[in-house]
Design a protein around this ligand. Structure first.
Ligand code: ASP
Ligand code: MG
Length: 437
C-alpha cells in the first residue's frame, strides 16, 4: 500500500482533478491525501478574518465568490447529474457550516471554517471517482488524525484509528482522505499548520507502514542547487532522510523537516514526484546512506549573526548556558554557532526580538551584529572520516569572505555564513567545484 499526497495546485481545477484521478487509479488499494484546491485555504482564512471583525457582509461576499467558483468547477467535473448533485449538496452544507461557525465566531470555529477546503476537495474527488466507476472510499481524517495539547501528532492514536477504518472498507479500489486537518486534545477541529498535508501523508505512511509515501507536486523532484541562481542544476534522484531534513530547513523545494521525521522513524521511503510529468523518476528519500557523494547545495537569506565577546568566558563554565537562555526567553532559535575561547557567534533568522536579545547579552560581554547574511549549506556524505570533501567545499569559497563555518555538527552537512550579496557567487562556485567534474 502506498500513500499518495497531492497538493492544492495538483487539484486546482476540474481538468487537474481528472488528471489526478487518472494517476491514482492506475494502481489499487492506495491511500490518497488531498489538499484544498489552490487558493481555498487563503480564502477561508480571509473569510474567518471578516467574521472575527464582525464584518458579516464582507464574509458573505467572499463566500458568494467561493460558491460561484466551486459551482463552475462542479459543472466541469461531473457529467452524471446524480454525482454532481451529491457534490453540490456537500458544497452547500459546507458553506452553511462556514456561515454558522463564523456568525458565532471563536478561535475554535475558525478552525472549523479553515477545515472546509480539504473536506470539499476530497468529497469532490470521491464523487468523481465513483462517477467514473471506481470503488473509492472517503476516510474522514477527523476520525483518526489527532494532535496532543502541544500540537504534536499522536501516532499511536492515528495508527489505532485508521487501521479499523481500512479493515472496515477492505477491498476498495482507493481510499481518499483530507490532508492538513485533525482533531486536537480538546476534541475540536484543528490543523497541522500551513502546508500540513505533507505531514498528514507522512503520518499515515508511518501509521500503516506503507511501502512508500509519494508527494506529488508540480515541480520535478529536487535539484542539486537553486535553479533560479545557478545554470545546469541537476535533479537529485536519491537522498538520505537526514540530508533532506538539512535541506528542507533551507527552504529547498523538498519536504518540510517535520514531515521527514515520521517516515524516517518508520523507515518508509518518501518519493517526490511531478504531476506534470508522472513518468519522471522524481527524488527518492530513504534511510540508505550513499557513501562518498555530495548531494546538494542550498541557501537561506535574512540571517543575522550575533557575536558576544567576553574575557570572562575564558575558563568559565556556564557561560554558554546563560547566553542560550537569553535566546530561549525570546523564543528565538539559533541556527549556526561557532565558539572560540573568548567569543561566541550565533546566527538567527527570526530577528523579532533582536533588540531585547542584544540588551540582555550585554550583561555578559561586548555584542556586535552582522545583518543581511546568508547560510549556504552543502549536504552529502560529510562523515569526518572522509578526506577531501570539506577541502573541496572550502576551496570553492576561496574568493568569498566567509563569516563562519560549521562542520562536524552532523555527518551530513557543512555550512558557511556569507554576506547575502555574495550568495550568488558562492552557489555558482560550489556548483562548479562540487558537481561539474
Ligand atoms: N491547504 C493547506 C494550506 O494551504 C494545507 C496544505 O495545502 O498542505 O496550507
Ligand atoms: Mg530558526
Amino acid at each position: 500500500m502506498k500513500v499518495q499526497k497531492f497538493g492544492g495546485t495538483s487539484v486546482g481545477s476540474a481538468p487537474r482533478i481528472k488528471d489526478v484521478a487518472k494517476l491514482i487509479t492506475s494502481e489499487k488499494g492506495n491511500i490518497v491525501v488531498l489538499s484544498a484546491m489552490s487558493g481555498t485555504t487563503n480564502s477561508l482564512i480571509e473569510i474567518a478574518d471578516y467574521f472575527s471583525s464582525k464584518n458579516i457582509s464582507g464574509a458573505q461576499e467572499l463566500l458568494h465568490a467561493m460558491e460561484t467558483k466551486y459551482m463552475s468547477h462542479m459543472e466541469q467535473l461531473y457529467s452524471n447529474p446524480e454525482y454532481k448533485q451529491k457534490a453540490v449538496e456537500y458544497l452547500h452544507s459546507s458553506l452553511s457550516l462556514i456561515f454558522n461557525s463564523g456568525k458565532d465566531y471563536s478561535k475554535a470555529n475558525e478552525k472549523v471554517i479553515i477545515a472546509q477546503g480539504e473536506l470539499i476537495s476530497t468529497h469532490m474527488m470521491t464523487y468523481y471517482l465513483q462517477e467514473i466507476g471506481v470503488k473509492a472510499v472517503l476516510l474522514p481524517a477527523l476520525d483518526f488524525m489527532k494532535i496532543d495539547s502541544d500540537g504534536e501528532p499522536e501516532l499511536d492514536f492515528i495508527t489505532s484509528h485508521i487501521k479499523p477504518l481500512l479493515s472496515k472498507n477492505e477491498g476498495a479500489d482507493i481510499y481518499i482522505t483530507q490532508g492538513f486537518i485533525c482533531m486536537n486534545a480538546n476534541n475540536e477541529v484543528d490543523n497541522l499548520k500551513r502546508g500540513g498535508s505533507d505531514y498528514t501523508a507522512s503520518l499515515i505512511g508511518a501509521a500503516v507502514k506503507a511501502d512508500e509515501i509519494q508527494i506529488w507536486t508540480d515541480i520535478d523532484g529536487m535539484h542539486n542547487n537553486d535553479p533560479r541562481i545557478v545554470d545546469n542544476t541537476k535533479a537529485v534522484r536519491h537522498i538520505h532522510f537526514e540530508e533532506a531534513a538539512e535541506l528542507g530547513y533551507f527552504g529547498a523545494k523538498i519536504l518540510h523537516p517535520s514531515c521527514i521525521q515520521p517516515a524516517m522513524y518508520a523507515n518508509v521511503p518518501v518519493r517526490l514526484l511531478n504531476t506534470m510529468d508522472p513518468k519522471a523518476l522524481g527524488t527518492l528519500i530513504d534511510n540508505k546512506p550513499e557513501r562518498g557523494t555530495i548531494k546538494a547545495v542550498a541557501a537561506k537569506d535574512n540571517i543575522a549573526a550575533i557575536k558576544i565577546k567576553s574575557s570572562r568566558m575564558l575558563l568559565a563554565h556556564g557561560f554558554l548556558r546563560k547566553v542560550f537562555e537569553i535566546f530561549e526567553t525570546y523564543h528565538t532559535s539559533i541556527d549556526m554557532i561557532c565558539t572560540s575561547e573568548v567569543s561566541v557567534t550565533m546566527s538567527i533568522d527570526d530577528t523579532t526580538h533582536l533588540n531585547e536579545i542584544i540588551q540582555d547579552l550585554k550583561q555578559y560581554g561586548t555584542v556586535s551584529v552582522d545583518f543581511d547574511m546568508c547560510i549556504i549549506c552543502v549536504v552529502g556524505d560529510m562523515d569526518w572520516g572522509n578526506v577531501g570533501f570539506e577541502t573541496s567545499a572550502m576551496n570553492a569559497m576561496k574568493d568569498i569572505p566567509v563569516r563562519m563555518v560549521s562542520y562536524g555538527g552532523s555527518s551530513y552537512n557543512i555550512s558557511f555564513l556569507v554576506r547575502e550579496e555574495d550568495k550568488k557567487r558562492a552557489l555558482q562556485s560550489l556548483s562548479k567545484c562540487l558537481f561539474e567534474n
